[in-house]
Design a protein around this ligand. Structure first.
Ligand SMILES: C[S@@+](CC[C@H](N)C(=O)[O-])C[C@H]1O[C@@H](n2cnc3c(N)ncnc32)[C@H](O)[C@@H]1O
Length: 236
């Protein structure tokens, strides 16, 4: 899977592509992430990429000209790689959750992701390129860069080979359950011991204990997920 990220702040992606699981996924060839500076496409003599909104109002809007040229460049770089979609990180978009991350990771598709900044982008980009908008939650960030990293991270870890299959199957939000509590060494921490059953070596009992704990934790923190799970099972 290929991601081409369009941003005014390329440097914000340096730690993302150079750390941990994402770095390894890139090294293994599971994913590629190209980060493109929208400013390099401006024809403005002062290198400007944003202007005040027509009709007045506060802040600046990212101009359609350099952004359109950056998108055309990205489309051209993907021309031999099959299907692609253009996404815009936006507080008004479809809210990211596990199912959406799964859907994006499962498609045979490459993605061009636009990161907005200031007051956002000229609306005509959305119409011209049939852009899909994705939000990472009902709040407003300064820019789309962190949102884009959240989206890519949630998608990349679901790509085959990025992390072990076992880690994925019992993770929070798979099957509409949150993960059971986890423990590691030392056995005793400030008088608190690891539950004895986890030391028993009895895999079936441990699996059942963890399942019950996952249900308990989900009921405690996100009871609405349990209702969804019951609905899904009923409809099968
Ligand atoms: C300050 S915001 C613009 C907010 C916009 N004026 C509005 O009221 O909807 C700047 C950029 O941050 C990004 N952004 C902000 N909040 C976001 C969110 N919840 N999810 C995804 N991207 C977000 C978008 O790319 C947006 O263009």
């Amino acid at each position: 899977m290929k991601f081409i990220v369009l941003t005014l702040f390329k440097e914000m992606f340096d730690p993302f592509v150079n750390t941990s699981i994402i770095k390894r996924a890139i090294e293994k060839g599971i994913v590629s992430i190209d980060v493109v500076d929208i400013r390099s496409f401006t024809k403005d003599k002062h290198n400007r990429v944003d202007f005040p909104p027509y009709g007045g109002g506060s802040g600046m809007i990212m101009s359609a000209e350099p952004l359109g040229a950056a998108i055309d460049f990205a489309i051209d770089s993907l021309k031999d790689d099959g299907y692609y979609e253009i996404l815009y990180m936006s507080p008004r978009g479809k809210v990211l959750n596990y199912n959406l991350a799964k859907e994006i990771s499962s498609k045979k598709c490459n993605y061009i992701i636009i990161c907005g900044h200031y007051e956002g982008i000229d609306e005509r980009i959305i119409d011209e390129y049939n852009v899909k908008e994705i939000s990472i939650g009902d709040y407003v960030l300064t820019g789309g860069e962190l949102a884009c990293q959240v989206l890519m991270d949630s998608v990349i870890r679901l790509l085959p080979g990025a992390i072990s299959e076992d880690s994925l199957t019992e993770e929070s939000h798979t099957n509409n359950l949150l993960e059971y509590p986890q423990y590691t060494k030392p056995y005793e921490f400030r008088g608190r011991k690891v539950p004895e059953i986890l030391l028993s070596g009895h895999h079936k009992n441990i699996a059942e204990y963890r399942k019950q704990e996952a249900i308990r934790i989900t009921k405690k923190f996100r009871p609405e997920l349990i209702d969804k799970k019951i609905d899904n099972n009923d409809s099968k």
